[in-house]
Ligand binder design. Structure first.
Ligand SMILES: N[C@@H](CCC(=O)N[C@@H](CS)C(=O)NCC(=O)O)C(=O)O
Length: 234
């Protein structure tokens, strides 16, 4: 059977979140490596799929989709999996935290990783990063308080797309940017999220992604930089 989906990915990039959702839903998909060492994401061929030149893109029967949050929600709604359905009483709560994660947490983490794209040279970049680190700590505290209430959409036994989105962002907070002290990020300070990430690491979907993207044995709770069989994370 021809896979209905093609994921344009680079190892340990935002495409990982989409891969985890595809694996968890057991959907067949093909992949195309985006070679970051050659900045392929900025080339004309890739920009024809995503004019913003950002990874990931998921090719679907409805055309190429970009923006990780949109792809996750589209997959969940299309396949009736990994999210409360539209008429479910949990839908609103799930959506607001999914969008908070995609719009605010992911965006601020991205700025922390690429401060030069958002402000002038030093000392402006360090000042911006310090502010972002404080904000991200606050966001994680808020998300931990949500997890403490045990919403069904943060249950690692039946993970939602939000579980994986959050787990990957926390992985990258622990690892990036390489040139800064990352001691601001302390997983132990968010015990409910720690429990979520620990349980997710046992999922077959995570094991599959670990192998093909070289994520190491504890990709969320004690992450190490990816050692992928093909491609480069940066
Ligand atoms: N808002 C986008 C952000 C995607 C993004 O920042 N992707 C990174 C990889 S994790 C990227 O493409 N970086 C390469 C670049 O900026 O040139 C999304 O959610 O898909």
């Amino acid at each position: 059977m021809t896979a209905p989906y093609r994921l344009h990915y680079a190892p340990d990039n935002a495409s990982l979140i989409v891969r985890l959702a595809l694996e968890e839903m057991r959907l067949p998909y093909a992949t195309t490596l985006v070679d970051r060492t050659r900045a392929e994401q900025r080339g004309a061929a890739y920009r024809a799929l995503n004019p913003h030149g950002l990874i990931p893109v998921l090719e679907t029967p409805q055309g190429p989709l970009f923006e990780t949050g949109a792809i996750l929600l589209w997959l969940a709604d299309t396949h009736g999996a990994m999210a409360p359905t539209r008429d479910h009483p949990d839908r609103g709560g799930f959506l607001k935290w999914l969008f908070f994660t995609a719009n605010t947490v992911q965006t601020e983490l991205r700025i922390l990783c690429y401060p030069d794209q958002y402000t002038g040279p030093e000392p402006a970049q360090s000042a911006l990063c310090a502010r972002l680190e404080t904000r991200l700590r606050t966001h994680l505290g808020q998300l931990d308080a949500v997890a403490a209430q045990n919403p069904a959409w943060l249950d690692p036994a039946a993970p939602s797309v939000l579980c994986y989105h959050l787990a990957c962002l926390m992985r990258w907070m622990a690892l990036y940017p390489r040139n800064r002290d990352r001691s601001w990020y302390r997983l132990a300070d968010t015990p409910h999220l720690l429990a979520l990430l620990t349980a997710l690491e046992q999922r077959p979907a995570v094991r599959a992604a670990q192998t093909v993207e070289g994520l190491g044995p504890t990709p969320f709770t004690r992450p190490s930089h990816a050692n992928p069989p093909e491609g480069s994370a940066t």
